[in-house]
Design a protein around this ligand. Structure first.
Ligand code: UGA
Length: 443
């Protein structure tokens, strides 16, 4: 099938590459000419395991093209995806200007039936607004062209995006048009083998499904962080509690890891946006507000533990950080807990020596050169003359470090384990003080 995708961010690029991989002819459109040129040369703007080879191969085979030209791209697509960003407005609601801008562009150029697919995470009711924007442009041109708008939210996780896209656990098709549903069923048929993964519903339910999924996951995390905060106060270990509750299949082991708070481009933004949507209807979503508030406080947790250890005075101290990205297997720093920690440390007069396998460049881009930030090439280099070590991202490489070597390198011998990676007893046996999240010993 001929497919057009507007937006070559995480969602657009991964979707385009995976659809090309399944034999479709995909044209990806982006307004950023530099990015389009780099993509044509096979340079991938993001770190995403497995993405580069499929982009390169499909581009070389002519299955995947990149362009800034909207008109021929609209003419190309039988299915036209909108996968541009929906950054939060100042008040937390999703800013739809890019999505609606693409809708207008489609309306300006569409000259035969196409299915317009909303892939971006968009507030409930956006499919109607996209439909209206396209229809208005068509009317202005006096063009009588049929089209459908479908909500088809994406559930890919950064770091696993290609895998999630090639092997989705569900395919949500939000549309009341049988014609559009048939087009998408055909497009997704190769992703839908072995058992039925497609759930067809109306547009609004599909839009809400996306928010509900992210809000549910964020709720699990904030819930566990709350239990961790209780655990540390009552002298319990949240890691044992986690295992104890996870064994119940109704609760499950996934996504109940307490830590330094959730980050990324999705959870913080989507929880806020859903709360705004609810408020817009006159309903106050108290649970969502609490999920957000707990996460906000959790992001200062590591800093508080460090402050307490150093008796409230961090001036002249050097803190080593392992992990900068908002989670492992990405270089994404959006809403990363490391940013809250570093900024608080700097404000308190401390220096930071940080190592992350992938996010060093991105950190440099965000903060520039500064005297109180050293980005190290190796994990142990970050420990040189440092007063303490804080683990912020749970990269595999940090899972079983050489505690004796850490002890030999750190000036002050304390580890602040923001992801509960270590056994406190093993750390303490190596002669290091251990601070974790909710491990009954942090007060
Ligand atoms: C999230 C969802 O998991 C995807 O299903 C969804 O498609 C995506 O948002 C989106 O809306 O596009 P992502 O933002 O890539 O994906 O990140 P996650 O793997 O979900 O992690 C989010 C944050 O939660 C990270 O900061 C992670 O460290 C934290 N987390 C995760 C915890 O603190 N505890 C956990 O148990 C799990």
């Amino acid at each position: 099938m001929k497919v057009t995708i507007f937006g070559t961010g995480y969602v657009g690029l991964v979707t385009g590459a995976c659809l090309a991989e399944m034999g479709n002819h995909v044209v990806c459109v982006d307004i950023d000419a530099g990015k389009v040129e780099r993509l044509k040369r096979g340079e991938i703007p993001i770190y995403e395991p497995g993405l580069e080879p499929i982009v390169k191969r499909n581009h070389a085979d002519g299955q995947l093209d990149f362009t800034t030209e909207a008109a021929p791209a609209v003419a190309h697509g039988e299915a036209i995806f909108i996968a541009v960003g929906t950054p939060p407005d100042e008040d937390g609601s999703a800013d739809l200007q890019y999505v609606l801008g693409v809708a207008k562009t489609i309306g300006r150029h569409l000259d035969r039936y196409a299915v317009v697919v909303n892939k971006s995470t968009v507030p409930v009711g956006t499919a109607d607004r996209v439909r209206a924007a396209i229809a208005a442009e068509l009317a202005e041109r006096g063009a009588n062209v049929e089209f459908d708008v479908v909500s088809n939210p994406e559930f890919l996780k950064e770091g696993d995006a290609v895998e999630d896209c090639l092997r989705p656990d569900r395919i949500i098709i939000g549309s009341s048009s049988a014609r559009a549903v048939a087009v998408l069923r055909k497009l997704y048929a190769p992703f839908n083998r072995n058992h039925e993964r497609t759930v067809v519903m109306d547009e609004r339910s599909a839009e809400l499904t996306k928010y509900a999924a992210n809000a549910m996951l964020a709720t699990k995390i904030s819930f566990m962080n709350e239990i961790a905060n209780i655990a540390e106060r009552v002298g319990a270990d949240v890691e044992l509690v986690r295992q104890g509750i996870g064994a119940d299949p109704r609760i499950g082991y996934h996504f109940i890891y307490p830590g330094a708070g959730y980050g990324g481009s999705c959870f913080p933004k989507d929880v806020q946006a859903l709360e705004r949507t609810a408020r817009g209807t006159g309903y106050q979503a108290r649970l969502l507000g609490a999920v957000e508030a707990v996460n906000h406080d959790q992001k200062t947790k590591l800093f508080e533990l460090i402050m307490r250890h150093f008796d409230g005075d961090l001036r002249g101290k050097t803190i080593a950080l392992w992990g900068l990205a908002f989670k492992p297997n990405t270089d994404d720093m959006r809403e990363a807990s490391s940013r809250h920690l570093m900024e608080a440390l700097w404000a308190a007069g401390a220096r930071v020596q940080a190592f992350d396998p992938e996010a060093r460049e991105e950190t440099r881009r965000i903060y520039g050169e500064r005297a109180d930030l050293v980005l190290c090439e190796h994990a142990y280099e970050a420990l040189q003359d440092a007063d303490a070590l804080a683990i912020v991202t749970e990269w595999k490489a940090f899972r079983s470090p050489d505690f004796a070597r850490i002890r030999a390198t750190l000036k002050v011998q304390a580890i602040f384990d923001g992801r509960n990676l270590y056994d406190p007893v093993a750390v303490e046996e190596a002669g290091l003080a251990y601070y974790g999240i909710g491990r009954g010993r942090s007060l």
